[in-house]
Structures are given as structure tokens and as C-alpha cells.
Write a protein that binds this ligand. Sequence first.
Ligand SMILES: O=c1[nH]c(=O)c2[nH]c(=O)[nH]c2[nH]1
Length: 303
Amino acid sequence: MAIILGDIQYGKAESRLVRIVRDTPRHEIRDLNVTTALRGPFQNAYLEGDQSNVLPTDTQKNTAYAFAKSKGITSPEAFGLELAHHFVHDVDPVEGARIEVEEYAWERAVVDGAEHDHTWLRKGQEVRTAAITVDATGEYVIGGLKDLVLLKSTGSEFTGFLKDEYTTLPEEKDRIMATALQAQWRFAPTAGQSLDDIDFEAVYPEIKAIMVKHFATLHSLALQQTLWAMGKAVLEAFDFIAEVRLKAPNKHHFTYDIGRFGIENKQEVFWAADRPYGLIEAQVTRDDAPDAGEAWRFSAGLA
Ligand SMILES: O=c1[nH]c(=O)c2[nH]c(=O)[nH]c2[nH]1
């Protein structure tokens, strides 16, 4: 019997990085949480304590801060590609890099009816995510979001489900449907196109809008059906997106029994339970999608 070292990677997780562009009185802000992970011949660091191939995680962190100024941040995806290219192409032993980015959005404060130049309020909505991998097999970019909290107060039902001796759930023709959506989409440039041709900044709000629209407008027979509609619509809208992965906790809202107090409840008063929750997941893919390769191999699970 031999004990072997399996998969390895190492890096700096969750470098909080804020970039202000202040070339004019009207500043711009990007607020990121950056995770880097390197893959390559680092076995001897584990087996023998030999650091000769190890680019310190501290250096990886420094590189992210340096690039925030020298390369700028046009999008989480493009920033991740810059970092991944650098580690793989410029740092000799590195064979692969995985960069995961979260972005927290800010909106300008409105003061006396006008947008302020250098004061922002944190936007309370979703966190934008990106996961970038570069290695000898190719380059992979995944965009995404998480914690997009959505609720519709009608237009959702759940009936006709399988029942056995343990089923107590009543059929519901008109219910609240709510979730905190996590979605990730894999970019796959079409023929003649490269990742650099994709306008990640323009695509992000459009994907979010498509998903919100289908959540709102589909009369939902189940959260499963809603996820399918959202994922399919994104693929129909963008030929350079190959695959969408969705994860949706079903944030149950139970009609509260105020009949016990002689008060009728016509879907007006609910108990919003936080746990347990149904967890509905789906992958929606083109049947001719290029191979995902290393795209989904994760590091810190941030994105
Ligand atoms: O949209 C739903 N899907 C389910 O699978 C399910 N199961 C459940 O109890 N409620 C719901 N709602």
C-alpha cells in the first residue's frame, strides 16, 4: 500500500480590493473579493517542504492589487483573465490558475436631487460572481450572481404532486414564490470569436433582466419549471453562452392559520419560514456546447 498526494492547488482567498478611479472629480468605484489559486508542480512543497516552485500566496495577493491599478478593472471577468494569464504565462512553474471574483455593487448617493461624485450607497441586491480558469487545456470564463432575492405574490402554484402516506402538503393554486437565486453561466465564444470580444459588462445586466423577467411572467407550476424557463431564455438570447447552472432555495411562505381567531386569510398573511427550504437545482445546456473542460473545477467555492 502506498499513500499518494492527490489534487493540489493553493492561493490567496478573499482579498478584499476596492479600486477608485479618480482621474476626474466624478469618481468610479469597483469593490471586489478576489481569490487566486495556482495549479502546477507544487508537490514537493507538500511532500518535502520545498518552496522553490511556490509563488507565495502573499505575492498572488499583491499582484491582484497591483493589477487593479496597472491593468484597471473593466469587469470581474476581464480582471480575472488578466490575473490568470499573468500567473500561467509569466510565472514559470505555474501550469494553471483559477481566479474567483465576487463584486459588490454601489450606487451613487443622491444629494439635493443630484448624483454625488464620490459618495455611494451599497446596493442591497445580488453579488456578482466570476470564475476564470486558464491552463494548458484552454481558457474558461464563468459569469454569475448569487443572493438575488426574488418574490412573487401570485402567479405560482404547486399541485398535482406525487403523494404517499407521509404527504401532508396541501395543494396550492395561488402561493407566494420566493428564492435567493444563484446562477452561473459559462461563456463559450462562437466560431471566429474570442473571449476578449465579449462585452462582459453589457451582458451581465441583460442576463439578470432576462432571469427576473421570466421569474415574473411565467405562471409557475413549480420552481423547477421557473428555473428551466430562466436558463433556456438566457441561452436563447446569447449564442456565446453554452450553459447555465441555477440553484434556488425555495423560500417557503406558508399561509398562516388565522382562521383559529375567526379571521379569514385570503392569501394575505404568511409565515416566512427560513428553514428548512426546498433546494431546486438545474443545469441548462446547449446540446452542441463545447466541452466544459476545467471551467467548473472550483477553489474556494466563492463563485
Ligand atoms: O416549486 C416547488 N417544487 C417542489 O418540488 C416542491 N416541494 C414542495 O414541498 N414544495 C415545492 N415547490
